[in-house]
Design a protein around this ligand. Structure first.
Ligand code: NAD
Length: 470
């Protein structure tokens, strides 16, 4: 049993001001694996004070100093890479091979992308009548989710550390193993005390204290749209910058083309990846009426062949959902789909055979879905795919954009037709024919999917103030 009851504040591991604890549960075994403390606004105050004091120097440090520190952090990350993969697998249920190849790889991916961007980033620019300086915004507050835990921690901290910001992180209370390990790596890398601080706790307590704190200059939040709205409202009183990375209900438009069958298969597999707990998951598959039956057959066959398995075993199976309450929510939405009259092709309510313990669900596909059904509008955040037919490309575009979200989209088709289609989708990221953006490209959404851009050089901008000296 891991003891994660201390916070990392001002370069030290210290006890919370008030002793309150939360059990951390492994979602595959339903057993407690760690104990974490639940902080209060007083713990946040201490962390903010430390970050504010550290900013005086770190905020004005030079590029070389910050590069050397980031390189040491990357080294520390690689030294403990396998530990990170195991921590993620245990806390949120990602199968160990996926945690190793995909989840943990986001940490070094973002650190490396920030190092590359920092080497060349233009922090100054001469204009006709003045000089423009881009300066670190100050003390940042980070609030992150559990679904790609180290991805979100790294894609916020790496650009913040690169630009000279200091910070207070509240990771998800469901996945503290990875954020504690990351704090140990920061310590190992030798960052000055107070640059990075970690306070665990609940969203409406520690998250709200960070959002409303008068001495935090910006908050970067990743999570559900509802919580993102609460963060924005709490932050409004002191006009701090708020960047949001929120939910999605991404369309996957498969135009009629030669590789149709392959595109349908890829779409189903991709929707089930990370047990459907990915904000960019292609959950609405749009296929032409003329090839609908073919798509239905392929989707059913892939779903039936998708295996569910224990996260600690090697293999390309999917794992459990993150928690008991999330399991209940996903079950409820599958039930809603059935009541709404969608046709269940695979999966459905209940646990897969042989998986009575753990929050495992059946990979589920619905056909005959209309875009106004709740299962087509709401983010389910589980392995649940909706198949929606379209008449022609204009109809496909209308359905694709008929959503409050705008995070990602996927288009398969003849490349130039697909690219033309992609330009008309109101979403921040569109992948064509299985394209896979790297850590150098901007990540973020339109509409209710958020307002920030993370990753690589674009990810620096949210952490910079712009000053003109004339
Ligand atoms: P969540 O909103 O429940 O929690 C996210 C974080 O916010 C947690 O640390 C939580 O403690 C905190 N929080 C909750 N309520 C808060 C409040 N009122 N004030 C301040 N903080 C609060 O989300 P989750 O269940 O952890 O994650 C899943 C959601 O995250 C999905 O909607 C998913 O789409 C979204 N997500 C988005 C992206 C993206 O980059 N756009 C990436 C991953 C996940």
């Amino acid at each position: 049993m891991l003891d994660l009851r201390q916070f990392y504040i001002n370069g030290n591991w210290c006890d919370p001001l008030e002793a309150r604890e939360l059990e951390v549960i492994n979602p595959a075994t339903e057993q407690q694996i760690a104990t974490v403390s639940l902080g209060t606004s007083e713990d946040v105050d201490l962390a903010v004070k430390a970050a504010r004091a550290a900013f005086d120097e770190f905020g004005y440090s030079n590029r070389e100093t910050r590069l050397a520190l980031l390189e040491r952090l990357l080294e520390a990350y690689m030294d403990r890479y396998q530990e990170m993969a195991e921590a993620i697998s245990q806390e949120m249920g990602a199968p160990i091979d996926f945690a190793t190849s995909n989840q943990a790889a986001c940490g070094n991916g973002h650190l490396k992308a920030a190092i590359d961007a920092l080497k060349e980033y233009p922090f100054e620019e001469q204009l006709a009548t003045g000089r423009v300086y881009k300066e670190a915004i100050g003390v940042c507050g980070f609030i992150t989710p559990w679904n790609w835990p180290i991805n979100q921690v790294a894609c916020k901290t790496a650009p913040a550390l690169a630009t000279g910001c200091t910070m207070v992180l509240k990771g998800s209370e469901l996945s503290p193993l990875s954020s504690h390990l990351f704090a140990e790596m920061i310590d190992q890398a030798g960052y000055p005390k107070g640059v990075f601080n970690l306070v665990d706790g609940l969203g409406h307590e520690v998250g709200a204290a960070i959002s409303s704190h008068p001495d935090i200059d910006m908050v970067s939040f990743t999570g559900s749209t509802a919580a993102g709205i609460a963060v924005s409202k709490a932050a409004a009183d002191n006009v701090k910058r708020v960047t949001l990375e929120l939910g999605g209900k991404s369309p996957n438009i498969i135009l009629d083309h030669d590789n149709f069958a392959q595109a349908v298969a890829r779409g189903v597999t991709s929707c089930f990846g990370n047990t459907g707990q990915t904000c960019t998951a292609p959950t609405r598959m749009l296929v032409p009426e003329s090839r609908y039956d073919e798509a239905v057959g392929i989707a059913e066959s892939i779903a039936t062949k998708t295996s569910v398995g224990n996260p600690s075993s090697s293999g390309n199976h999917i794992g459990p959902l993150v928690s008991a309450s999330h399991f209940e929510r996903v079950q409820g939405l599958i039930e809603t789909g059935i009541k709404e009259g969608a046709r269940l092709l695979a999966g459905g309510i209940g646990k897969p055979e042989g998986f009575e313990t753990g929050y495992f669900v059946k990979p589920t596909v619905f056909a005959g879905v209309r875009n106004d059904m709740q299962i087509a509008r709401e983010e389910i955040f589980g392995p649940v795919l909706c198949l929606i037919p379209f008449r022609d490309e204009a109809d496909a575009l209308r359905i694709a954009n008929d959503t409050p979200y705008g995070l990602a989209a996927y288009v398969s088709g003849e490349p130039s037709a697909a690219e033309k289609f992609a330009r008309r989708i109101r979403a921040g990221m569109v992948a064509i024919n299985g394209g896979d953006q790297g850590f150098d490209c901007p990540f973020g959404g339109y509409k209710q999917s958020g307002n920030g851009r993370e990753w690589g050089e674009y990810g620096f901008e949210d952490f910079l103030e712009i000053k003109t000296i004339a």
